[in-house]
Unconditional design. Structure first.
Length: 164
């Protein structure tokens, strides 16, 4: 015997029709392998909107009331971010967030980045592209690299001529 294949919308509609005819909810939920709260949800949606109410819905929030969380108004924060970016076009979101933090407005760097994206202030050239090529050379020791972190201010690091 072949397995019965049915679209999820058809299953929900069949569930709602059978429930409307008077079959028990708990029996139908067991048969369709859903929880009772889901069964009640489908029943309510079918009663309010018909078959169209049984469609999958987006889980995305309709609005975001706290888009930029800061001690001052959102519009003022966005305007300040835009103003700082215009004054320092080479600075990224992390540096701008650090500057805002010094001003007393603590905002995550990702939020600053999203504000910059919203105002089209991030050039494609400013975005880092992932490394697509390995850094291998044909021969051993063909490429050397060294990082310089700055001069250490340590008494033990003085040269011999400075100690005498």
């Amino acid at each position: 015997m072949a397995w019965k294949q049915m679209d999820i919308r058809q299953q929900r509609a069949e569930f709602a029709v059978r429930l409307a005819r008077g079959e028990k909810l708990s029996t139908l939920c067991r048969e369709y392998e859903i929880t009772r709260p889901t069964g009640y949800l489908w029943k309510r949606r079918f009663a309010e909107h018909g078959v169209a109410g049984l469609e999958d819905r987006s889980r995305r929030p309709e609005h975001s009331p706290h888009r930029v969380q800061a001690p001052i108004e959102d519009d003022a924060v966005e305007a300040r971010i835009v103003q700082l970016r215009m004054a320092r076009p080479d600075w990224g979101a992390r540096k701008l967030a650090s500057l805002l933090d010094k001003e007393g407005c603590s905002i995550p760097a990702i939020t600053v980045h999203r504000v910059l994206l919203r105002h089209d202030m991030v050039r494609p050239a400013d975005r880092r592209s992932p490394a697509t090529q390995r850094f291998e050379r044909e021969r051993v020791n063909e490429l050397w690299q060294m990082d310089f972190k700055g001069q250490k201010e340590n008494k033990e690091s003085r040269t011999f001529s400075q100690q005498v």
